[in-house]
Design a protein around this ligand. Structure first.
Ligand SMILES: Cc1cc2nc3c(=O)[nH]c(=O)nc-3n(C[C@H](O)[C@H](O)[C@H](O)COP(=O)(O)OP(=O)(O)OC[C@H]3O[C@@H](n4cnc5c(N)ncnc54)[C@H](O)[C@@H]3O)c2cc1C
Length: 512
């Protein structure tokens, strides 16, 4: 179990030597830590900010095969992703949940009805399940009443899955810890350590205390996503990334009411977009463009991206008069994409993962949330090569253990089996504003899930900061005593944290 004092795990790290040091606490690093710990290796993972605070918080939240990759002929990636989707839905019920998508077909659309019919047939075949079917316009519109029906010829329904990307990452980390891995947030790798031109660890700094120490390991895995070229530069690895930003709006459900998800093509450039019902709100995105903001700052949606998304929302839902100002929040993430052929457009770049081994440093980039287990097993193979050992691929083993049905099954899947053992309190079912988050879940997260700052609680342990107006400002007074009592913060610390959180929210998540 994680405790609030998880840092004590790391106090002795300086004197310990690990088999594997994983740098980066997104889904890729979490997956590698889990598979390496399961293989019996001694594993330490460090994350420079909060866990999953990089790209792994800002995805479209889909666990999906990616119809788009099928269209571009990337069959292997699609099949692998569909199969992983099926496994994750099975292993993490309530955390990775089936989601039906509507796909409208308009007159003169390309690809047209029959091409889509064939593609969805293949998609279903890959899952060994028949999910998709066609609907005539009237039936289609009855499921999507606000959709632009001008030229609508009907449409398809197909199936993918939805998750909370941060919670997925945290759950994988919790499981890694259950297998003996150590994991610390707010610890940054500043410099790689070398012996005879081979990487043997990293000099790290604790960003809360300022303390620096060395962590030594048989193998170091660079899972720093869009930042990975920085560590690679220390082993003379040539820069290989093309960071691509994608942004989303979160609208209140009544502004963009979609009971099912819908796939749309932007009226200007035909790029695919999604409107997705998520945690009582509607997520709408995404964009795909070269990221020209500093990698030292949290990415944010630009005014041009906001206009682009609003143009599509107004085109497809003309009666809703949708404006950026109607949104609850916005968020942006940077895809860690390996640069392909010169001149390729952002959307043409491959989403496949890539693994490099340079002077003992294993760098893993690209990939998708959906395929993290496949990626982690690919990395483990390379770890085995470096350590002179062979590991059996483990990607079919259930991802979590010890979860039974019953009253707190949702909590156990999301947080781990200890959630069920927490003593009940009379206010357990109190909700945080209009969200689904209950006091029991918040109390558990505060006590056991390495919350260091208020934004960890409001943007990652919960996503309340994206789902409530002004980042949940109105709920802060109700939260104060719960947070202060559990974390032992005095009034000054609380006020500093509120200021920090609101400033960050205003800069990064306020709708443009
Ligand atoms: C807009 C968008 C939509 C997407 N939608 C989907 C989707 O619907 N489904 C899907 O499957 N995939 C999706 N993806 C892809 C998916 O989100 C990413 O592939 C995945 O999250 C990458 O995870 P990662 O762990 O490699 O990187 P990250 O999550 O960025 O993790 C890297 C971590 O390393 C840390 N770090 C960096 N430097 C250091 C250092 N020196 N020391 C310590 N820590 C360090 C960072 O703080 C960061 O947390 C989407 C991506 C984007 C951008």
């Amino acid at each position: 179990m994680w405790s609030q004092h998880w840092r004590s795990d790391f106090e002795t790290a300086a004197e310990q030597s690990f088999d594997v040091l994983v740098i980066g606490g997104g889904i890729t690093g979490a997956g590698v830590a889990l598979e390496a710990a399961r293989a019996g290796l001694r594993v330490a993972l460090i994350e420079q900010n909060d866990f999953a605070s990089g790209t792994s918080s800002w995805s479209s939240k889909l666990v999906h095969g990616g119809l788009r990759y099928l269209a571009s002929g990337d069959w292997r990636l699609t099949r692998e992703s569909v199969q992983e989707r099926q496994r994750l839905m099975h292993d993490l019920p309530g955390l990775v949940s089936p989601l039906d998508f509507m796909l409208p077909v308009y007159a003169h659309d390309k690809p047209g009805r029959w091409a889509l019919y064939a593609a969805l047939g293949v998609y279903d075949l890959m899952a060994h399940k028949r999910y998709s079917h066609y609907m005539k316009p009237a039936a289609f519109c009855s499921h999507m009443p606000y959709l632009n029906s001008d030229g609508l010829r009907g449409g398809f329904v197909y199936r993918d899955a939805l998750t909370d990307d941060v919670r997925l990452t945290l759950r994988v980390l919790i499981e890694a810890r259950a297998h003996g891995a150590l994991a610390a947030n707010y610890v940054r790798a500043d410099e790689l350590l070398f012996e005879a031109d081979t990487v043997v660890g990293a000099r790290v700094s604790d960003r809360e205390t300022g303390q620096c120490f060395d962590i030594r390991a048989g193998v170091v895995v660079n899972a720093t996503g869009p930042w990975s070229d920085r560590l690679r530069a220390q082993v003379d690895g040539p820069a290989q990334l093309r960071p691509l930003r994608g942004s989303h709006f979160v609208f209140p459900f009544h502004v963009l009411p979609v009971a099912r998800a819908i796939t749309l093509f932007h009226p200007t450039d035909r790029r695919p977009l999604f409107a997705i019902p998520w945690q009582g709100a509607t997520v709408f995105g995404t964009t795909d463009l070269d990221h020209d903001q500093s990698m030292d700052e949290a990415p944010r949606m630009s005014a041009a991206e906001s206009d682009y998304l609003i143009e599509a929302a107004r085109h497809y839902f003309p009666g809703r008069d949708i404006k950026a100002a109607d949104a609850l929040s916005s968020f942006a993430g940077v895809r860690p994409i390996v640069r392909g052929a010169p001149g390729a457009s952002a959307s043409e770049e491959s989403r496949e993962s890539a693994i490099e081994r340079e002077k003992g440093l294993i760098t893993v980039t690209g990939g998708k949330l959906t395929t993290f287990r496949v990626t982690a097993n690919d990395v483990l193979e390379q770890v085995g090569v470096a350590l002179g050992r062979r590991f059996v691929r483990n990607e079919k083993a259930p991802i979590i253990h010890g979860v039974q049905g019953g009253e707190h099954a949702r909590g156990a899947v999301r947080h781990g089996p200890e959630f069920v053992q927490m003593a009940s309190r009379p206010d357990d079912d109190t909700r945080l504003g209009t969200t689904d988050y209950r006091w029991r879940e918040l109390r558990y997260a505060l006590a056991h899930e390495a919350v260091v700052h208020l934004d960890d609680l409001l943007l990652r342990r919960t996503r309340a900061g994206l789902l409530l107006a002004e980042g949940g400002l109105a709920e802060l007074p109700a939260l104060e005593s719960l947070v202060r009592d559990t974390l032992g913060w005095d009034a000054t610390r609380w006020n500093t944290e509120v200021e920090r959180y609101l400033a960050h929210w205003q800069q990064v998540h306020a709708p443009a």
